[in-house]
Design a protein around this ligand. Structure first.
Ligand code: NAP
Length: 259
């Protein structure tokens, strides 16, 4: 199946690690040009080298996305270097554990900047280019928006807002033929996940307990399985799909708990 990504330009936030890295590599393997955005310069260089060695096309911007100005610079860099933007993959986020009891108004605000504001800011600054290309936006959300997790108000609020913005932007951008969709992971082994599980008491037992409750094949979702859905949504093969929130989670969020 030709996904028609060749020589199109895609910005992937958090594109150097975990789910973002799988999306970056997947786009490049389809012939797309990837702009990896992340705050770790060494991580960015490493993945771009890897993609280029595999004959893909990629560059990077090192940016702390919680700063609005950094979001503008990401878009300016991409537009100046390539002259076009065909897709924005909003993926960077962190489950930072700002709860009701252990948080504060200031910490909540910071968490919203780490997890939510840059999704809006990048879409805002990319919009003129997406209008020209009739490009599209794929957001990466979280099952936490649907199930809750406890002690993570900032992250949960951000992910809930991302679901709402998916519908809101899909409506606002109808006149420009820009599609907006969200892929929603639940349990995917990534550096973020590893840090989170290790922050819990008895991480090994907790992990076994979680995996035993994933209905489909009693295993975690791979980063590549999330990436495959994100890339399909970016592609012209999903040309009439917009405003959708798609759970790629082995049935974890919705299927019967007794399974
Ligand atoms: P990850 O392994 O931590 O990778 C995310 C990358 O984004 C890292 O390179 C991180 O940099 C970067 N990043 C995060 N916040 C940033 C910021 N403000 N500015 C610049 N770079 C930033 O995470 P992941 O597990 O792949 O998660 C990716 C997305 O999937 C997130 O939106 C997450 O909420 C969502 N998700 C993941 C899971 C899961 O099971 N893994 C489940 C549900 C939802 P650092 O390394 O410096 O932090």
């Amino acid at each position: 199946m030709d996904l028609n990504l060749a020589n199109k330009v895609y910005i992937v936030t958090g594109g150097a690690k975990g789910i973002g890295a799988a999306i970056s590599k997947g786009i490049a393997a389809e012939g797309g040009i990837v702009v990896v955005v992340g705050r770790g310069k060494d991580d960015n260089i490493k993945i771009v080298d890897e993609i280029v060695k595999a004959k893909g096309k990629a560059s990077y911007v090192t940016a702390e996305l919680s700063q609005a100005q950094a979001c503008k610079e990401v878009i300016d860099f991409t537009a100046e270097k390539y002259g076009q933007i065909d897709g924005l993959i909003n993926n960077a986020g962190i489950n930072d554990g700002i709860g009701l009891e252990n948080g504060s108004p200031e910490k909540l605000f910071e968490s919203l900047h780490k997890n939510l504001s840059h999704y809006y800011n990048l879409a805002h600054y990319a919009l003129p280019y997406l209008k020209k290309s009739k490009g599209n936006i794929v957001n990466i959300g979280s099952k936490v928006a649907t199930t809750g997790q406890g002690n993570t108000s900032g992250y949960a609020a951000s992910k809930g807002a991302i679901n709402a913005l998916t519908r809101e932007w899909a409506v606002e951008l109808l006149p420009y033929s820009i599609r907006v969709n969200t892929v929603l992971p639940a349990e995917v082994w990534t550096p973020l996940y590893e840090n989170w599980i290790n922050s819990l008491p008895n991480p090994k037992e907790k992990l076994e307990q979680i995996v035993s409750k994933i209905p489909f094949e009693k295993r975690m979702t791979t980063a590549e399985e999330i990436a495959d859905m994100a890339i399909f949504l970016l592609s012209s093969k999903s040309s009439h799909t917009t405003g959708q929130i798609i759970y790629v989670d082995g049935g974890y969020t919705h299927l019967d708990r007794s399974l």
